[in-house]
Design a protein around this ligand. Structure first.
Ligand SMILES: Nc1ncnc2c1ncn2[C@@H]1O[C@H](COP(=O)(O)OP(=O)(O)OP(=O)(O)O)[C@@H](O)[C@H]1O
Ligand SMILES: [Mg+2]
Length: 330
């Protein structure tokens, strides 16, 4: 992702400044571009590191928070878990939060969406959970300061079998995440579409469960199973999730079936359904094929706008600051 560049206008937006305030900060030396210019006609652009340095120099860091573990899971495949979770995590980091993405899927798609090649990774969560390697030896940098990844590849595909004979096998991931309690504000977990011990571990580790659903009626069956599983965790393992957020993904209001499915979700899951939907947006596929998140690919796309709105709605619900505020100096 190193190639991601911010225009002056976008940098100002991300930092919550007007273009004039940005120019003033630049004059004071609080903001600097380290991107080499291609010539006098070339417009100024900034790297992700420049964004991070500017945020620190301007003291526009969001308050630190205890690690919030957020899981994206649906037993049904292809509902947007990876597209939404990786974009959501990138945006949190862009806003100045410290974020660890945990790729639980042996396909390694979340790693790929953040420009990390899981296939080349020497270690995965398997090493941390099964072999008890320290988690910090598994974590990789993404190029965006504050955004790191626990990568995944095919070695993860046998993890359910390896977990089976272990003691406290449902709690392994939760315990591993204790190692990074003070290091990150958010852990964003991208789950595979399966029903097994790894996903059970992920549920046991999570504060918040995000369930991306497609606006069709096949999604209902999967949701019912998921809610039954969550209820089972409450009863048998005494784990109560703080929040469940059902988020409708790839919504197209011109399809009658999509509207009907949305109405049915509003009726059956009123306490869990987010008001904000994520509209259908072809930019998701293009962005992930290039290994960059949608905010960097096209920050004005419907997908980026809708994920920002989802993030705002969720932060208001979990009690975090909705927008960045400059930290009061002590
Ligand atoms: N809002 C959207 N609009 C259009 N296409 C989308 C949207 N969200 C996701 N997609 C596309 O849908 C496909 C599946 O998305 P994604 O891989 O994120 O789903 P998933 O739930 O992680 O899948 P899996 O269950 O295999 O892990 C991808 O091709 C992705 O680009
Ligand atoms: Mg996925």
């Amino acid at each position: 992702m190193e190639q991601i560049r911010y225009s002056s206008r976008r940098l100002a937006e991300v930092l919550g400044l007007s273009v004039r305030e940005l120019a003033e900060a630049e004059e004071r030396g609080a903001i600097q571009s380290t991107v080499p210019s291609d010539g006098p006609t070339q417009k100024m652009s900034y790297s992700m590191q420049d964004l991070s340095s500017a945020r620190a120099a301007l003291n526009r860091m969001p308050p630190r928070r205890p690690l919030r573990r957020q899981l994206f899971l649906n037993f049904k495949g292809g509902t947007g878990k990876t597209s939404v979770s990786s974009s959501y995590a990138f945006r949190l980091a862009e806003m100045g939060h410290r974020v660890l993405v945990i790729d639980l899927d042996s396909q390694g798609h979340a790693s790929k969406c953040l420009g990390v090649c899981g296939e080349e990774a020497e270690r995965t969560l398997f090493d941390a959970i099964i072999k008890k390697s320290p988690l910090e030896t598994v974590i990789l940098k993404t190029g965006m300061p504050g955004l790191d990844v626990v990568p995944s590849n095919l070695t993860m595909s046998t993890i359910d079998l390896s977990l089976m004979p272990l003691a406290a096998r449902e709690f392994r991931l939760r315990n591993v995440l204790k190692e990074v309690e003070g290091t990150y504000d958010y852990a964003v977990l991208d789950a595979p579409p399966s029903f097994g011990l790894l996903n059970l571990n992920a549920l046991m580790a999570a504060h918040d469960l995000f369930v991306p659903v497609l606006p069709d009626f096949l999604s209902f069956h999967g949701l019912k199973l998921l809610f039954e599983t969550v209820q089972g965790l409450e009863e048998d393992l005494q784990h109560v999730l703080d929040h469940i957020f059902i988020v409708i993904n790839a919504y197209n209001a011109t399809y009658k079936i999509a509207k009907e499915a949305k109405e049915a979700l509003e009726k059956h899951y009123p306490d869990f359904l987010l008001k904000q939907v994520i509209r259908q947006c072809t930019k998701f596929a293009q962005a992930s094929s290039e290994g960059i998140p949608i905010f960097a690919y096209d920050s004005e796309s419907k997908g980026a706008q809708d994920i920002q709105a989802v993030l705002d709605e969720v932060q208001a619900r979990i009690g975090a600051p909705v927008r960045l505020k400059a930290v009061e100096s002590a």
